[in-house]
Design a binder for this molecule. Structure first.
Ligand code: GGG
Length: 347
């Protein structure tokens, strides 16, 4: 029987609740599809940091390298570990070390889910650059704690990094409605974002069949609210992509529905799948976290592993459940009930 080795990093807060739910669903889909998912749990998290002084062990990346994929829940417990420490200690090193440069985030309304907009027919695929830009961590502080303190955070954009994410976006657009929106703020940021715009225009010449529109981040943020149906594939830098995809999550009904994949397309190392949401300490372990974003991320993982029909079955099961109104009442529907309903459709 074909078997895939999966590294499970539930992380913190509701990350643990939704990863457990997604794993049950993925196991059921695997059983039905005639393949195996062999999971190994890693306790890397803020709790692990408190015990060891690090978010993961020094050989953590090497340990993950032998897996076919990583399923991650959420990272962060700000009451005990600063978010900047937990993020730069676990999630970001995995994305960067495995060169998972394409962060794919689909935004569409699941049937039965009430979004906040009049428009309901949108289907947007946000592609966030995931390894450089505003997230490089380059910078520093001097004169700390004095009135003359200075903080510098340097965004780094490379030709290789910008070109590959745009090509990835154009290729995705070719499989969809053949429209690509490239996002910058090149009127204000006259070095890096003009560079991005120039590379976009050059790469677009290789994709004459894809309609390109170049937006400023503020304009596309408004468009995602006012005319979301007009957008297809959206490619943005690391920070802009992060912000736009929280907006994307909002228009699809909330973070409980926002799935994501961190992809290294060359497949020589594992890609990572995670819900967009964070650890939500306020609702951790209350049994009310929506597992749909994590389950959908798991379906994206199955797709990446080549288990296409199992991925489609999981998506159909999610849709069958939301159509019946299950998983559409934030704060009321129980994690266990939503998971059980998805499992019942799959069985
Ligand atoms: N699901 C993983 C998680 O904890 N995400 C929350 C978060 O803040 N991620 C940072 C980022 O994607 O930039």
């Amino acid at each position: 029987m074909k078997s895939h080795k999966i590294a499970l990093i539930p992380g913190d807060g509701i990350g643990k609740n939704v990863t457990e739910a997604a794993w049950q669903v993925l196991q059921a889909a695997a059983k039905k599809g005639g393949f195996a998912l062999e999971g190994t749990n890693f306790p890397w998290s803020c709790a692990y940091y408190r015990e060891t002084g690090a978010m993961m062990p020094p050989d953590g990346i090497e340990t993950l390298r032998s897996f076919d994929a990583i399923l991650l829940g959420a990272v962060g417990w700000p009451a005990e570990v600063p978010d900047s420490v937990s993020l730069h200690g676990l999630l970001l090193p995995i994305r960067k070390q495995f060169m998972q440069y394409a962060n794919i985030r689909p935004h569409r309304l699941l049937p039965g889910v009430q979004g906040p907009l009049r428009s309901e027919g949108f289907d947007i695929l946000c592609i966030r650059e995931n390894t450089e830009g505003e997230y490089t961590g380059a910078g520093g502080r001097v004169h700390s704690g004095t009135g003359n303190e200075v903080a510098v955070e340097t965004s780094i954009f490379t030709r290789v990094g910008v070109e590959r994410i745009l090509r990835y976006g154009f290729e995705q657009a070719r499989t969809r409605r053949k429209k690509l929106a490239s996002v910058t703020k090149s009127n204000a940021q006259k070095h890096s974002m003009v560079f991005w715009d120039e590379i976009t225009s050059a790469v677009a010449k290789d994709y004459p069949d894809v309609e390109l529109t170049q937006y400023h981040i503020d304009a596309i943020a408004a468009r995602m609210v006012m005319e979301p149906d007009s957008l297809d594939v959206v490619v943005a830098s690391n920070l802009f992509g992060d912000i736009l995809t929280d907006l994307g999550a909002a228009i699809q009904g909330g973070l409980g529905y926002a799935a994501s994949a961190n992809i290294n397309p060359d497949r020589s190392v594992p890609s990572m799948f995670e819900p967009v949401h964070g650890s939500a300490p306020d609702i951790a372990n209350l049994g009310i976290a929506n597992p749909i974003a994590a389950i959908w991320s798991g379906a994206m993982m199955l797709e990446h592993l080549g288990e296409r029909s199992a991925a489609a079955e999981v998506m159909s099961a999610i849709e069958a459940v939301t159509t019946r109104g299950i998983g559409t009442n934030p704060g009321q529907d129980r994690t266990e009930a939503i998971t059980g309903a998805v499992l019942a459709v799959l069985s």
